[in-house]
Design a protein around this ligand. Structure first.
Ligand SMILES: Nc1ncnc2c1ncn2[C@@H]1O[C@H](COP(=O)(O)OP(=O)(O)OP(=O)(O)O)[C@@H](O)[C@H]1O
Length: 271
């Protein structure tokens, strides 16, 4: 399947399914009540296996609402989301979500090892395998030696690494991330962006990441889905033809990066 086919949602004649398919997604809150609010009017796009797709849009465009619909945490009002060919009814096993607020997503009374173990215990992974996987994912996010610490003993960036490790522990095919680096300082943010690019490459996972930061979207993505203001539609799906691996200094200072950034900036501010 070519990139443009994925962007428009076509499948090839051979019928290769995208890993995630969003069709005519519409989401209203408080339907039938005086405070009914249409957050998403009509959004369609597909994500191919192994792709990194970022979603940007003006504040209040419905980015978080959309991500919740993509994860199965919220049901669309109309339209559908398919993950690995199946219509989403609940959060599927092969999908993990990382939210912005690590301080609320980690359990402060559990050590790092035990925080990462939670989804594995829920999934019934045997103790020995659980311990091996915890070591593996903590090592992958550069936290091999803090397993016995508590989250509150770690910096914000380290806590978000724990949240990422926990999301990776049950070996998802797809990672959904909602502003995952918004609560950390600029240098830590760059480190975490590079971390997620490396982990995604090493573990061969598909990523959809919502961000309000256009530079971050261009730096990370293969394609960027730009939402219009609420109630949102897709303003444009922009290909990011920057090579990989990317580098915080050289990629961000390239001419192509600057052109893509300006184009996206115009799209987001004009909607
Ligand atoms: N639980 C809810 N009940 C009612 N309205 C909601 C609810 N959650 C979100 N909304 C409304 O839906 C619209 C989209 O909100 P959402 O948080 O998805 O946007 P966003 O693009 O993520 O915003 P931001 O960039 O500011 O984080 C907003 O007008 C918001 O007030």
């Amino acid at each position: 399947m070519t990139r443009s086919q994925v962007a428009t949602g076509e499948t090839t004649e051979g019928g290769i399914e995208p890993v995630l398919s969003v069709r005519s997604l519409r989401k209203a809150y408080n339907v039938g009540r005086p405070n009914e609010k249409l957050a998403i009017a009509d959004v369609s796009f597909d994500v191919a296996k192994g792709e990194f797709v970022c979603v940007v849009g003006p504040s209040g465009a419905g980015k978080t609402t959309m991500l919740r619909c993509l994860s199965g945490l919220l049901s669309p009002t109309t339209g559908e989301v398919r993950f690995e060919g199946k219509k989403l009814q609940a959060v599927p096993d092969r999908l993990s979500v990382v939210f912005q607020d690590y301080s609320r997503s980690l359990f402060p009374w559990l050590t790092v090892n035990r925080n990462v173990a939670v989804p594995l215990k829920v999934a019934g992974v045997p103790k020995k395998e659980r311990e091996a996987r915890i070591q593996e994912v903590l090592h992958a996010v550069g936290l091999g030696d803090v397993g016995k610490s508590y989250p509150w003993q770690l910096s914000g960036g380290m806590q978000q690494r724990v949240a990422i490790a926990r999301a990776l522990a049950h070996q998802p095919d797809m990672l959904l991330m909602d502003e995952p680096f918004a609560s950390v300082d600029a240098q830590t943010r760059f480190d975490l962006e590079d971390l997620i690019l490396r982990v995604r490459r090493e573990l061969d996972i598909t990523v959809v990441l919502v961000t309000h930061d256009i530079d971050e979207a261009v730096y990370l993505a293969d394609r960027v889905v730009v939402l219009s203001g609420a109630p949102s539609t897709v303003a444009e799906i922009v290909d990011i033809p920057l090579g990989r691996p990317r580098n915080q200094l050289s990629t961000r200072s390239s001419q192509t990066f600057g052109q893509l950034r300006s184009h996206l900036m115009r799209l987001v501010t004009s909607h």
